[in-house]
Design a protein around this ligand. Structure first.
Ligand code: G3H
Length: 560
């Protein structure tokens, strides 16, 4: 897309609605189909009728399911969810056919992809990245209709995905270079190499269908595994645009794409015992259920990104403008539908009134509306079925003494849930413990720092925390107190995953394994050592082995 096209596209067709002053008529936040700006139009429905199996795009003649946008369209009879198309509804047998293709391609590590030199895999990944880059406009537009994420944020997600492929390639090269150096220790020579683990099942989440899904798929492929990818429940249709690129870039069986209900396709795969790595981002309940189906759980390698309920702690000496600004970014970006979102705010009683005033004023100014409108942060929920759950959380909190303190808080309009500040929230309320994954901002007033620390200790989650203070005397002990319970402590800043080279993991029920670019390749690899005595015969054997593989050589410094 050219700059001028960008500028043109970003010109709002009408003023952005603000949370605090949004029109009373719910329908006013939505538009008629013919009022959608042409460059964001959903276009013709995508009727997916093919599957990627063993390197071929095979026609699908079985059952299909219709997919609808969370974005509603105004019609003379009311708001209607737009039909986006349909996708194959695979069953267990179809999934097992994909598994058979993946196992055949892997061929116990002897398959073409598994045994290919790293540079061969890198050239396939690079070809895929080029083809992906050329599909930016339709993929971003399709995803916008599928999950209702603001268009500009989807463009960022897309660029981040392309960037992460390049980064992953560089890291794989570095690891490969390190593996060429013969280690010498206590009279033993050793070559320590990464071997692919087998068949990797990768399942990404609906809030980042592209970045998080390919954040699993790319390292799994780079490491030489055969991959089966399960697109998220919401945000699956855009995969149809990718099937040709995947088929063209990778050899048969290196990657297959499932299409179907999670339970129907994932359970038979796990029960079969044919999955070697399970890389999953979703709920703990689903992860537990699926892992427990695997007949050889100890052999199964898992990489899990699960729930989180990240807290912010605002201390009396914090810069309140920064604290409130960061907390709202953390709580409301993409309607709070981020695993790293701030989902509960602990506010010291000395600054409670000042923080609430600022939160209320700033929330009122947050843009709300359609995902193509520049400047909106609140859009329809990707999963409108969560609205009753959010309402129940609000009802429960109010029945136990909390108040909705902001203008339009608690309101819904179609699939839009207005940001809702709840104050004061206490431990008897459901929203104190459960992950809302929506635009609720629970405020917990506190007197002593021990109170938020107790929350971190008692919570079943353990991803991140944000601490807001200018005083290191308070901060140092708080960092130490928080460290056993969370994996990242953000100082005067919201919680987030990036930069993507930093560890991204969690304690307790929040994660297993590290998703960062620098660590994730380990999950998809098995370290294998070829060792010999550091004597003439051992050195000769190792030297011959190195020259025969074509994958490795002894660098000058280590030859004797
Ligand atoms: O949903 C969880 C995301 O991985 C968090 O990433 O902090 O960049 O939104 P983000």
């Amino acid at each position: 897309m050219t700059d001028s096209a960008n500028t043109k596209r970003r010109t709002p067709s009408r003023p952005v609605f603000r949370v605090g002053t949004a029109p009373a008529d719910p329908a006013a936040l939505f538009v008629r189909q013919n009022a959608v700006p042409r460059s964001f139009s959903p276009g013709r429905p995508i009727e997916q009728r093919r599957l990627l199996l063993a390197g071929e795009l095979v026609p699908w003649q079985g059952r299909t399911v219709d997919l609808f946008s969370p974005v509603e369209i105004r019609t003379p009879t009311g708001l209607v969810h737009l039909r986006l198309g349909s996708r194959p509804e695979m069953g267990g047998r179809d999934a097992l056919r994909m598994l058979a293709a993946a196992r055949k391609a892997f061929d116990e590590g002897r398959g073409a992809w598994a045994s290919a030199p790293l540079e061969r895999r890198i050239s396939a990944l690079s070809e895929f990245a080029c083809r992906l880059a050329s599909l930016k406009e339709p993929i971003v537009r399709t995803l916008m209709w599928e999950i209702a994420k603001p268009h500009a944020e989807l463009e960022d997600e897309f660029d981040r995905t392309i960037e992460s492929i390049g980064r992953m390639i560089e890291i794989a090269r570095k690891r490969e270079r390190a593996a060429r150096i013969v280690k010498r220790e206590k009279g033993i020579l050793g070559l320590i190499r990464d071997e692919p683990r087998g068949v990797a099942l990768c399942a990404g989440p609906y809030n980042y269908p592209l970045f998080e899904t390919f954040g699993l798929v790319v390292p799994a492929l780079l490491a030489g595994n055969a991959v089966i990818v399960k697109p998220p429940r919401i945000g699956a249709l855009f995969f149809d645009l990718l099937l040709e690129a995947l088929a063209a870039a990778f050899p048969p069986g290196a990657i297959q794409v499932l299409s179907g209900d999670g339970r129907a396709v994932l359970e038979p795969l796990m029960k079969s015992g044919g999955i070697d790595v399970f890389a999953f981002i979703g709920s703990l309940a689903v992860a537990d259920r699926l892992i427990n189906l695997h007949p050889k759980k100890t052999r199964l390698r898992t990489l899990l990104g699960l729930g989180a309920k990240n807290a912010a702690v605002i201390l009396p000496d914090a810069d309140l403008d920064t604290a409130v600004h960061e907390c709202l970014l953390g709580a409301l970006a993409f309607n709070g539908q981020r695993c790293a979102a701030l989902k509960i705010l602990f506010v010291h009683k000395d600054v409670r009134a000042a923080v609430l005033d600022r939160l209320i004023a700033e929330t009122a100014e947050v843009g709300i509306g359609m995902p193509w409108t520049p400047g909106v942060r609140i859009t329809p929920l990707a999963d409108p079925a969560r609205i009753p759950y959010l309402r129940a959380l609000v009802r429960n909190a109010v029945s136990r003494g909390a108040e909705i303190v902001n203008a339009n808080g608690g309101r819904t309009a179609g699939s839009i849930f207005f940001p809702t500040i709840l104050d004061p929230v206490g431990r008897r309320m459901t929203v104190y413990k459960e992950e809302q994954f929506g635009p609720l901002i629970p405020i917990v007033p506190f007197n002593r720092a021990a109170e938020p620390v107790a929350y971190l200790r008692e919570s079943s989650f353990g991803q991140q925390v944000s601490l807001f203070t200018a005083d290191f005397k308070t901060l140092g002990p708080l960092i130490e107190a928080a460290s056993p319970h969370v994996s990242r402590i953000n100082l005067n800043a919201k919680c987030q995953r990036g930069p993507d080279l930093f560890p991204f993991t969690g304690k307790k029920d929040s994660a297993r394994g590290d998703f960062s670019a620098s660590e994730i390749l380990r999950t998809f690899s098995d370290r294998t050592v070829v060792a010999a005595r550091d004597a003439a015969s051992g050195r000769a054997l190792l030297g011959k082995f190195l020259s025969s593989t074509g994958r490795l050589d002894i660098p000058e410094g280590t030859k004797r």
